[in-house]
Design a protein around this ligand. Structure first.
Ligand SMILES: NC(=O)c1ccc[n+]([C@@H]2O[C@H](COP(=O)([O-])OP(=O)(O)OC[C@H]3O[C@@H](n4cnc5c(N)ncnc54)[C@H](OP(=O)(O)O)[C@@H]3O)[C@@H](O)[C@H]2O)c1
Length: 329
């Protein structure tokens, strides 16, 4: 089968189309024939080598983190899925034709959306769920600031936060104001002409997806005991422990997050870093919200499998409105 692989780290490196063996599944895995995959910023970061300390891969390796497809084989210990099920998941190695996925990372695909739309959901949906529900414990009438409302994470996070009953402020550029409004954002700040720090105050939660300078400003809009959860760094020592990283990396992360932790302490607020964890259970919750029409996928562009490198370039430019999808089958 064909797969798009990284053969060498580099920002400008292209993915190589290689012939690789079809995966052999373990007892707790399912073989999925991939119909669509989606592209995330993490794919670009892995390709550039930014994550090589925490995610050491052996060259060549297949990238891609989101799939939707059909179950073609189930392991002996798999009980939740059967051949023919339409499923989706976040799982590394998605830019190919077949993938072995652990049963507990997989969920049934929402019935009312296409394979391309389903592939757009897992990584950003799980991230939004784990920030807002699991770690952020966002409640009705609380105020949340979701940066980059027009991006992959932002488009889903706004809809989820509104479903939870929160008041949502977001940043976007003028061209995407109508999009974030249609997703339910209450307060929209044009980040090119306005400074959110002078507009927002007493927030319960911040979902930070931008640079450290933005994070340092965003933490100041929180009310005492409020939480800033960053998905774009800096990583902290709790994340290093959770990821099972070694002593050296734990200390590197302690250092990287030292300044923001100190600022958070001074302001009597909380800072933490979150890295999405694949979870079939959380995806089931998201499936139910999509089936009920509460959350809708936002797909900017669909590329054919042969144009996977173009899809990567599009994501790397950082202007996607929602998600970028690759039609595999
Ligand atoms: N830790 C995790 O588990 C995790 C999971 C998912 C994502 N992430 C990280 O989170 C970040 C965002 O991911 P994403 O998938 O949402 O990215 P994305 O879809 O590529 O984001 C693109 C969007 O960001 C907007 N944007 C760019 N600069 C902005 C700014 N300064 N302020 C507000 N909006 C801005 C752009 O809108 P305009 O064109 O209008 O500028 C565009 O619509 C990335 O760094 C990614 O690696 C981390």
């Amino acid at each position: 089968m064909e797969a798009y692989q990284v053969k060498r780290y580099g920002k400008n490196e292209k993915l190589h189309l290689s012939e690789i063996a079809k995966p052999v599944i373990n007892d707790n895995e399912v073989l999925v024939e991939i119909h669509a995959a989606s592209v995330n910023q993490i794919d670009a970061k892995i390709k550039s080598g930014e994550f090589k300390m925490v995610m050491p891969f052996k060259f060549p390796f297949t990238i891609g983190y989101d799939v939707a497809g059909i179950v073609t084989q189930v392991g002996a210990k798999v009980s939740k899925f059967k051949i023919g099920d339409e499923v989706y998941a976040s799982c590394m190695g998605a830019f190919t034709e077949f993938i072995a996925i652990k049963e507990n990372a997989l969920a049934l695909k929402p019935k009312n959306i296409s394979m391309e739309e389903a592939a757009s959901i897992p990584l950003v949906g799980l991230t939004a769920w784990q920030v807002l529900v699991e770690k952020g414990n966002l409640k009705k009438r609380q105020k949340v600031f979701i940066q980059a409302g027009s991006g992959g994470v932002g488009t889903i996070a706004i809809q989820l936060a509104k479903h939870l009953g929160a008041y949502v402020a977001t940043t976007t550029s003028a061209t995407n104001i109508d999009l974030v409004k249609s997703l339910g954002a209450d307060l929209i700040i044009d980040y090119k002409t306005q400074d959110f720090e002078t507009i927002l105050k007493d927030y319960d939660l911040v979902l930070n997806s931008q640079d450290t300078k933005t994070l340092e400003k965003a933490i100041k809009i929180l009310k005492p005991d409020g939480k800033a959860i960053s998905i774009s760094g800096p990583p902290d020592v709790d994340y290093a422990k959770e990821a099972g990283l070694n002593w050296l990396l734990k200390n590197v992360m302690r250092l990287l997050s030292f300044k923001i932790k100190k600022l958070a302490k001074k302001l009597h607020v909380h800072y933490s870093f979150l890295f999405m964890k694949p979870s079939g259970k959380h995806l089931d919750e998201i499936t139910a919200l999509i089936d009920a029409g509460i959350i809708r996928p936002v797909v900017d562009k669909v590329f054919s499998f042969t144009k996977t490198n173009d899809a990567m370039s599009y994501i790397e430019a950082g202007r996607a409105k929602g998600k970028v999808v690759i039609k595999v089958k």
